[in-house]
Design a protein. Structure first.
Length: 213
């Protein structure tokens, strides 16, 4: 049986994006169930499927896995050759660390610069706390690229779970005109050009424009 991935808006749902990219990385066949945020009952639809009332939700037969990081770990176990985590032990430890930091941190950035791929609003959300988060993220990117990125344009060379987790940040930086150093600009360009990411962007841009205040 193919996997089923339950997601919300491709324009707005950063956590859906992370799990979707990880699943695409495996090459596994999966059905996508998008619950549109334009539907007045979208919260109710999600609650009827997801025990946590949140997306993404990965369904594998009788197993339902919520939370993007848990989904990545499950997919890594199922598809160890997919390269979701770097092969090198040190790189793998740092990749998990920076994903965990993204998973639990950067609240000011999230609160003030929500992912909105369709947006073009330079300066929006540029409060000091959010910009401090942006500086920390660029430091993470630079450190990962300098220490582990020799094999390609991504944080650990080849595209990995770390790039899945930071892809929504790339969109935030682009939508709101966050000042970037040269390393961050190059990384953002590489992420946007990556075929899986480009596929998501194209779908997000086709969604009806919905205002989420």
């Amino acid at each position: 049986m193919a996997f089923e991935l339950v997601i919300a808006s491709k324009n707005f749902s950063s956590w859906s994006l992370r799990a979707w990219l990880a699943l695409e990385q495996t090459g596994a066949s999966f059905a996508e169930r998008l619950i549109s945020t334009a539907d007045p009952d979208w919260h109710g639809q999600i609650r009827r499927l997801s025990p946590s009332g949140k997306v993404p939700l990965l369904i594998d037969g009788g197993l339902a896995i919520g939370d993007s990081l848990a989904i990545v770990e499950y997919l890594n176990e199922r598809f160890p050759k997919a390269g979701l985590w770097p092969a090198d032990a040190a790189a793998r430890a740092i990749a998990r660390s920076v994903c965990a930091e993204m998973h639990s941190g950067f609240m000011a950035l999230r609160s003030n610069m929500a992912m909105d791929i369709q947006a073009n609003a330079p300066g929006k959300g540029h409060v000091p706390e959010a910009l401090a988060d942006a500086v920390r993220i660029q430091t993470i990117w630079r450190d990962c690229r300098e220490r582990f990125g020799a094999g390609g344009p991504f944080l650990f060379g080849a595209f990995s779970a770390a790039d899945c987790f930071y892809a929504p940040v790339v969109f935030r930086f682009r939508s709101y005109g966050v000042p970037l150093d040269e390393n961050a600009k190059a990384y953002c360009d590489a992420v946007v050009a990556e075929p899986k990411v480009a596929k998501w962007i194209a779908a997000a841009l086709r969604e009806p424009r919905i205002y989420h205040g």
